[in-house]
Design a protein around this ligand. Structure first.
Ligand SMILES: *Cc1c(COP(=O)(O)O)cnc(C)c1O
Length: 290
């Protein structure tokens, strides 16, 4: 086993912008993207207790699901490589060769890839699909898509314990909503979490977040909300406006925002501040989860 050096706590960096000082707002970035190159951010946090549980149960193989560009697939392959588990990635849709960078990384780090047609993929939590995977691959510890189970949400909550400052809001980007669920549960009721949906028309997302909180902590909390207006056309879609925002942010702050998730959150946050919806004296932490 090649035990990786993980960077904890991840750094906290203040963002300086004229419009922030003019509005009397303080903004910090929680740089979870710097935890580890291959095990970044919320993907590592969501895997941590899953790996511990898998190990405790004596499992030697991890099986998980994801799209062809999934950060989660990449992180599970890395976790298997570093922590000595065999890994199986069940990928949505047909195989496209050559493999894209995400899937070639996964494959080079020992992950066995198997593609599942979109209909079966949609039913991937059905007992029949799971048992057919068991008969194909043998026993495995199953990690749901995006690491979204109780272990994953509990791990995601821990970022809150690493914020040594007084703040009002934590912002994060939402795919499955597991990260937002964990953060909101970790916050207590004097602080608020705001999620920014990276998927268009993600109408089930609010219910999913409540469900994640119930699964992991017994009940949902009412200290969070989701902004649905900053998906830029949907998951893994981008526009010129978003691209220029990423370039400008990079030039000014030397942080290259991930365009699938974090750039949309940061653009949305800037826009909310610009529209005067955040009061003077507010301190915000924006989670850069990868
Ligand atoms: C996966 C991911 C998210 C979304 O996390 P969820 O818990 O699925 O909502 C956000 N940002 C980055 C960088 C990610 O990799």
């Amino acid at each position: 086993m090649v035990f990786p050096a993980l960077r904890f706590p991840s750094p906290l960096e203040e963002v300086s912008e004229d419009f922030l000082s003019r509005s009397g707002i303080t903004l910090h970035l929680k740089r979870d993207d710097l935890i580890h190159e291959d095990l970044p951010g919320n993907k590592w946090r969501k895997l941590k207790y899953n790996l511990a549980t898998a190990r405790a149960e004596g499992a030697t193989t991890l099986l998980t699901f994801g799209g062809a560009y999934s950060h989660h697939i990449r992180a599970v392959a890395a976790a298997g490589y570093y922590f000595d588990f065999a890994t199986i990635g069940i990928i949505r849709g047909e195989e496209h060769l050559p493999l894209n960078p995400t899937l070639s990384y996964a494959s080079e780090h020992g992950m066995k890839l198997s593609h599942l047609d979109r209909t079966s993929y949609r039913n991937k939590t059905d007992a029949s699909v799971i048992s057919s995977l068991t008969s194909t691959f043998g026993d495995f510890y199953l990690i749901p898509e995006g690491g979204g189970n109780a272990e994953g949400v509990r791990g995601a909550a821990e970022v809150v314990d690493e914020l040594p400052l007084d703040f009002d809001y934590v912002c994060c980007s939402c795919g499955t909503g597991g990260t937002l669920a964990g953060i909101a549960s970790g916050l207590g009721n004097t602080k608020t979490a705001i999620g920014f949906a990276a998927l268009k028309g993600a109408s089930g997302l609010d219910d999913d977040v409540s469900h994640f909180q119930s699964t992991a902590f017994g009940a949902p909390t009412n200290n969070w909300s989701i902004e649905h207006g900053y998906a830029f056309g949907g998951y893994a879609k981008r526009t010129d406006t978003l691209n220029s925002f990423i370039d400008r942010f990079h030039r000014r702050h030397n942080v290259r925002l991930d365009w699938v998730y974090e750039a949309k959150m940061m653009y949305g946050l800037y826009d909310l501040i610009d529209r005067g919806t955040v009061s003077r004296g507010t301190t915000i932490v924006a989670l850069i989860a990868g």
